[in-house]
Design a protein around this ligand. Structure first.
Ligand code: HAM
Length: 426
């Protein structure tokens, strides 16, 4: 016997029970994106590895150790996208979407990172991402945060907190980086191993360390806020004022540096305490330098991405029940002659917008009724030889205790519509 084939670690099946919640989430996403004038863009899952090296950054965890990269048949190195921003910028430049114009774009789909899987962290996961181009001012920063807040509200999600910071300009960061490296190098013996390594590769990431000893050292480290240039400071103050004006609560987190290299000025994360270690449901920020780094012009940009699985976990935790899209009507039929008529009637009902499951795979009456019950439908229709001869079907309630009724074929659509709209509807 051959070995059983199983899914890859960190690659999950999303079963119908869950896809119902996904559908609810995406309906809300679509509505909110429309409400703010963002248009959807669809991007490839595979891109050249260089794209991510140059944008996400050579020394980031993502590029260093988490990408699914391959050499293809033409001997080029390609990678499954670990995130969507790089591809979006590439597509924007390539299709002339970014030159001298503004764009409000969003995308969704699977991303791939070779991380250690745990609750809320997978190797294939899904993001909804948003990117805004050509707007330099703090107004658009406020806009996209308001959009997030509206989405949480629409989904009925409470307890998501906004943490926000400013990284300043690349020059600010460089100045801060030097000061930080100098301070940390003098205290390297008290840093954890990961932070020691990062001190040389990506020192700002040391600020993210969860290690107690490292955190104690960081307490008195130079602060990014003290290195900010005047313009970044003003920009940040205006973003905060905009949030205040819209009554969007936030916490300033001076250590919020994010794990990707392209950020400048505003960075933010929406976090929750309800998902354990993987509590960040959305992260993003400004990346004013990335378009030119990838060969486009000087185009200011800002965006974010949210983790769909984490949002679904939150929805589940808050006991949101999926609307599993059950049929309203299950149609039982008995005898070959009844089948053709049942199929025609089922089509008529679907034409009228009803959700109808027509029995398939044969079965005695009892077996069919069992399936009807399991389908989640509120009503069963029954068409046997006798009904066929009389031009009627039996309508039986599967949930309430209403009596069984007989309805003529000609009255079926209106009869069912009335019944489904009634007080004890299916
Ligand atoms: P990111 O912080 O790497 O940012 O990812 C955004 C979100 O994706 C995270 O907050 C989290 O909810 C989700 N996520 C990340 N990795 C995983 C994983 N392994 N399993 C489950 N969920 C995960 C970006 O990707 C940037 N491209 C965001 C952005 C857009 N910045 C500017 N524009």
């Amino acid at each position: 016997m051959s070995a059983k084939i199983q899914s890859l670690r960190g690659f999950n099946d999303i079963l119908p029970e869950q896809t119902a919640l996904w559908r609810r989430l995406f309906e809300a996403v679509q509505q909110v994106m429309d409400a703010y004038g963002y248009r959807e863009i669809k991007l490839p899952l595979l891109e050249s590895t260089d794209l991510f090296r140059r944008s996400v950054g050579e020394a980031t965890d993502i590029v260093e150790k988490e990408m699914f990269s391959f050499v293809d048949r033409e001997k080029a190195s390609i990678s499954l996208r670990p995130e969507g921003t790089a591809g979006c910028v590439r597509a924007g430049i390539e299709n002339g979407l970014l030159h001298n114009q503004q764009q409000r774009l969003w995308y969704q789909g699977p991303m791939f990172r070779h991380e250690r899987p745990q609750a809320g962290r997978y190797r294939q996961f899904h993001q909804v991402g948003l990117e805004a181009y050509g707007m330099l001012g703090p107004d658009v920063d406020v806009e996209i945060l308001a959009l997030c807040a509206r989405l949480w509200k629409r989904l009925g999600l409470n307890d998501i907190r906004l943490e926000i910071n400013s990284l300043g300009t690349p020059e600010t960061r460089l100045r801060f980086r030097d000061a930080l490296v100098e301070y940390l190098s003098a205290r390297a013996d008290r840093l954890d191993e990961d932070s020691k390594r990062r001190l040389h590769t990506n020192p700002l990431r040391v600020l993210d360390s969860k290690d107690e000893s490292t955190r104690a050292v960081l307490l008195h480290a130079p602060k990014l806020a003290d290195c900010l240039d005047a313009e970044s400071r003003e920009h940040f103050a205006a973003v905060l004022a905009g949030l205040d004006a819209l009554s969007i609560d936030y916490v300033i987190n001076p250590n919020l540096v994010r794990g990707l290299d392209y950020y400048s000025r505003t960075t933010f994360e929406w976090t929750t305490d309800q998902l354990g270690a993987q509590g960040t449901v959305c992260g993003g920020g400004r990346y004013d330098g990335l378009v030119s780094l990838l060969g486009g012009g000087e185009v200011p940009a800002i965006g974010f991405a949210m983790g769909i699985e984490r949002l679904i976990l939150l929805m589940q935790q808050q006991a949101q029940l999926p609307d599993v899209g059950s049929p309203q009507v299950y149609f039982c039929w008995l005898g070959d002659a009844a089948f053709a008529r049942a199929a025609q009637l089922a089509e008529q009902l679907r034409d009228a917008g009803l959700r109808v499951q027509l029995n398939a795979g044969g079965g005695a009456f009892k077996a069919q009724m069992k399936r009807a019950d399991r389908s989640g439908a509120g009503l069963a229709l029954i068409l046997g030889e006798q009904e066929l001869a009389q031009g009627v079907v039996q309508v039986k309630s599967l949930r309430g205790g209403e009596p069984q009724t007989e309805v003529a074929w000609t009255e079926l659509v209106s009869g069912l519509q009335a019944r489904l709209a009634g007080p004890v509807s299916a």
